[in-house]
Write a new protein. Structure first.
Length: 363
């Protein structure tokens, strides 16, 4: 067993080493003091440096390894300037001035060349969007809101057109998912992000920023109709842990409510009527309460005759299931089919009755 485990570890180490990419940056910097420290950090200067070197007679050399291409930040001691480099396993040359580091000329990396081209095309859009956002939130421009919104709409339309062309021409580039991430940060369009991510090639989707965007896409789908319901566990009224998956094989209405929620209590009789009508036809309700204490929760269950399974962690709006499904108001509900797929949401009153009638009419 020990020999097998040791062999497994050695194989892991071998794979890890093979995955690493070596890089070298040879730089010439005017205006940099002798012995000034040049550092390279992943993502931002607050992270631990992955490589350091001292400037000698205006020159320096940085060497190291990275797991995959991504954006790194180069800084020079004594200067507040910094330079973003989309680093890959290349031998890079850098020429510039310490006081204008962002204008340094970087050569030798195809990935960084693609990143610089990306910046030339999109930096003006992001800068203008940022400025427009500040103006729209400033009382100084209160009288110009309509015209500013018109400018913003046109800018976003132009940006979308530019992005579509760029994505089509750069489906495999590890830089392209960074564009998707920035667009989502500015515009918050989950459906658009999903479509654009699906247009990327395999190399881009599995790159560092591709995995980041893919994670956002998956998070945005949580709770969406047509997706698989994400499983969860929470304690019932007796303290026993209950999972959503334990109801597999039934239609389940996951009902988010609370004893203190007036609209929830008004809706409860409708849910009770639906439960009583279809409980013998593979239908049930799982109540997820956003209560803060147990006594009013149990009292409301009894008063409203909610004769189904109830769970809660008594964390109010910080209920873990509510956070998982991004519930920001109640009442809300999800209707899940026997295979665990969400088939409807936020069914109330006659809508719930009609949906259940449609499901069970032929069963």
């Amino acid at each position: 067993m020990k020999q097998t485990f040791s062999l497994f570890l050695s194989l892991l180490c071998s794979l890890y080493l093979q995955a690493q990419q070596s890089f070298t940056i040879n730089g010439t910097l005017q205006g940099a003091a002798d012995n000034a420290e040049v550092t390279l950090h992943f993502d931002n200067p607050q992270n631990e440096a992955i490589a350091k070197a001292a400037v000698k007679k205006g020159k320096f050399e940085l060497k190291g390894t990275i797991a995959e291409p991504a954006l790194y930040v180069l800084t020079v001691g004594g200067s507040s300037r910094q330079l973003g480099i989309f680093l890959d396993g290349s031998r890079i040359t850098l020429q510039g001035h310490a006081d204008s580091l962002q204008q340094a000329r970087v050569q030798g990396s195809p990935t960084n060349d693609a990143f610089q081209q990306f910046r030339r095309e999109f930096d003006p859009f992001f800068f203008n969007l940022d400025q427009l956002g500040k103006q729209l939130n400033s009382p100084v421009y209160a009288g110009r809101q309509d015209s500013l919104y018109q400018v913003a709409r046109q800018l976003i339309a132009d940006l979308d057109a530019k992005a579509e062309a760029y994505i089509a021409a750069n489906r495999e580039s590890p830089v392209t998912p960074l564009l998707l991430y920035l667009l989502y940060s500015f515009l918050q369009q989950p459906e658009v992000l999903d479509v654009r991510f699906s247009q990327l090639g395999e190399n881009a989707r599995t790159s560092y920023y591709g995995r980041m965007v893919g994670g956002i896409v998956m998070e945005n789908k949580i709770g969406a109709v047509g997706t698989d319901a994400v499983d969860f566990q929470q304690a019932d009224t007796s303290g026993k842990m209950v999972s959503l998956s334990s109801f597999r094989g039934q239609y389940v209405l996951v009902d988010f409510w609370a004893s203190w929620c007036g609209p929830c209590r008004v809706e409860n009789p409708n849910v009770v009527a639906s439960f009583r009508k279809y409980k013998d036809k593979k239908f049930t309700v799982l109540g997820v309460s956003l209560d803060r204490s147990k006594e009013p929760w149990l009292k409301a269950i009894e008063q409203d005759q909610l004769a189904w399974t109830h769970v809660s962690d008594l964390k109010f709006w910080n209920n873990e299931v509510a956070k998982l499904y991004r519930i920001t108001s109640i009442p809300q509900n999800l209707l899940i089919d026997p295979n665990g797929k969400i088939i409807a949401k936020n069914l109330r009153g006659e809508e719930l009755q009609a949906k259940l009638e449609e499901i069970f009419r032929n069963l």
